[in-house]
Design a protein around this ligand. Structure first.
Ligand code: CA
Length: 240
């Protein structure tokens, strides 16, 4: 007999009451369990208690805005975050991804689009595991346990950061081209969207490299793509 699967919990942080209840109806009808917050403070309260898979985060929220919530929640384990914003500016999108969002959806959007983005993010959370352990420089990447340690200290990664690292680690030493990474991590509709890839490579380097400006582990290989170096650290002269 199959064990009952608990539905994914999604927190909707949106101050527009009509949109909030519309999103709630769409998600409930699709089988998700939802909570809704109408301002940033309420959203933070929910995040402090609830165990959510996804946060749908409006940027323009009263009391505490979406930028502040993003900046705060990037520090620790947290739900995957899909930003929903009326601002379609490319700079906002990059900023949101840079602050730790997993995806960015510009209003207005359709119900099917929203559900597709949610499924894509959940797939990233559930998949991405391989087997084996990859060691490079001061990093130890355990694909089965989905963990990465730097000098023995565990580094927390968002679901998307992990999936990107796992793609590179699964082919350590090989150059992986951007289109393959975009397709495998974000989905085939993202193949042309190099901003996602660049932003997440930077995020990984900041978390994992001794010197993010001169990366030793996650290398850029010309225009061909990225490579997780498998060169071992030779001595302990590296800057700390
Ligand atoms: Ca708003």
């Amino acid at each position: 007999m199959e064990a009952a699967v608990r539905p994914h919990r999604i927190l909707i942080a949106e101050d527009d009451g009509v949109l909030r209840s519309l999103i709630g109806q769409v998600l409930t009808a699709d089988g998700y369990s939802i909570e809704a917050a109408s301002d940033g403070r309420e959203a933070k309260e929910f995040l402090g208690h609830g165990n959510f898979s996804i946060l749908l985060l409006d940027i323009g929220l009263p009391l505490i805005d979406g930028w502040a919530i993003l900046a705060d929640s990037a520090r620790d384990t947290r739900p995957a975050i899909i930003v929903i914003s009326a601002r379609g500016d490319e700079r906002d999108k990059v900023r949101a991804l840079d602050l730790g969002a997993d995806d960015y959806l510009t209003k207005p959007f359709g119900a099917q689009e929203l559900l597709a983005r949610i499924r894509a993010v959940l797939r990233r959370i559930d998949e991405g595991a391989g087997t084996g352990v990859v060691e490079t420089g001061s990093l130890r990447i355990d694909l089965a346990r989905r963990s990465v340690h730097r000098r023995g200290v565990e580094v927390r990664l968002s679901p998307t950061e992990w999936l990107l690292l796992a793609e590179l680690a699964g082919r350590a030493g090989e150059v992986v081209d951007p289109r393959t990474l975009l397709r495998n991590v974000w989905g085939s509709q993202y193949i042309g969207d190099r901003n996602y890839l660049r932003t997440f490579i930077l995020r990984l380097r900041r978390k994992l490299e001794e010197d993010p400006v001169h990366p030793a582990c996650i290398e850029t290989v010309g225009k061909q793509g990225y490579r997780l170096s498998i060169v071992q650290e030779r001595n302990s002269l590296t800057m700390r």
